[in-house]
Write a protein that binds this ligand. Sequence first.
Ligand SMILES: Nc1ncnc2c1ncn2[C@@H]1O[C@H](COP(=O)(O)OP(=O)(O)OP(=O)(O)O)[C@@H](O)[C@H]1O
Ligand SMILES: [Mg+2]
Length: 262
Amino acid sequence: MSISIPAVPLLSARGLTRRYNGRGGCAGVDIDIYPGEVLCIVGESGSGKSTLLNALALRTPANEGTLTYRTAEHELLDLVTLPMPRRRKLARTDWGFVHQNARDGLRHGVSAGANIGEPLMANGARHYGKLRETASDWMSQVELDAARIDELPAAFSGGMQQRLQIARNLVTRPRLVFMDEPTAGLDVSVQARLLDLLRTLTGKLHLAALIVTHDIGVARLLAHRLIVMKDGRVVESGLTDQVLDDPQHPYTQTLVASVLPA
Ligand SMILES: Nc1ncnc2c1ncn2[C@@H]1O[C@H](COP(=O)(O)OP(=O)(O)OP(=O)(O)O)[C@@H](O)[C@H]1O
Ligand SMILES: [Mg+2]
C-alpha cells in the first residue's frame, strides 16, 4: 500500500508520557500523523496502546511532553495548553473517536438516525429533513439498511452497531479519527467486512486514522505505517510492509513470527 505523505503532520507528539501513579501507561512517545494516513499502534495487551491513544485524543491528561495539532486553516495549536472550550470544539468538528465497544460510543435511548444526526446538531444543523436525509445516506455508506433508521441501536447486531458508531463519527467529516480496537470482539467474517469498509472510507474521505490493534492482520490490511509498543514505549516504527516483512526489534520479530502459519 503506498501513499505520498505531505510534509506537514496533522498531529505531533514529542516525549508524550502518561503514567498512572508513576507506573504503566506510556512514556516518551514521539509520533506524527499526516493527513490521509492510516497509522496503526500495535503491541501486546498492557503495552500502553489505549493510554497513548487517549492521551493523543485529549481524553486523558499527559504528565509530560508536547502535543500539537495543525488546523485546516494552518493554525498550529498547542493542545497541552489549549483552553477546554477549544478542545471540545476540536473534538466535535475535526476529530472522531471510535470505541472498541459500540456500547460506549452510541446513545442507546435514541434511534440509529438520531445517533447519526446528533453530532451534526451539536455543530449547529437544524433542518430536520436534511438531517434525516444525511443520516439515511450515512447508513447506506456504512452498509446498513436505511429503512431501519428509526430503530434503536439494540435492534442491530454487534457488527452493525460498530458500523453505526463509525457513521456517527464520520458524519461531521472529521480530518482525524481515533479508533481503539474497532474490530475486536466481532466474529471473523464480520471483522473482515468492517475492515473492508474502514479501508474504503478512509481512502474515499482522505481521512487520517490512528487505529489501535493487537492484531497484526488488521494492521497489515489497514495501515500505511505502524508503530510497535512494548512496556509503554515505542520500540519500532515505519512503513507497514517494511516493519512486518523485515522487523528490526526482537519484540516485533516475535510479534510477527507468532502470527505466521507454522
Ligand atoms: N486507569 C488506570 N489506572 C492504573 N493503571 C492503568 C490504567 N489504565 C491502564 N493502566 C496500566 O497501564 C498499562 C498500559 O495499559 P493500556 O490499557 O494502555 O494498554 P493496552 O496496550 O491498551 O492493553 P490492551 O491491549 O489490553 O487494551 C498497563 O500496565 C495497565 O495496567
Ligand atoms: Mg487497550
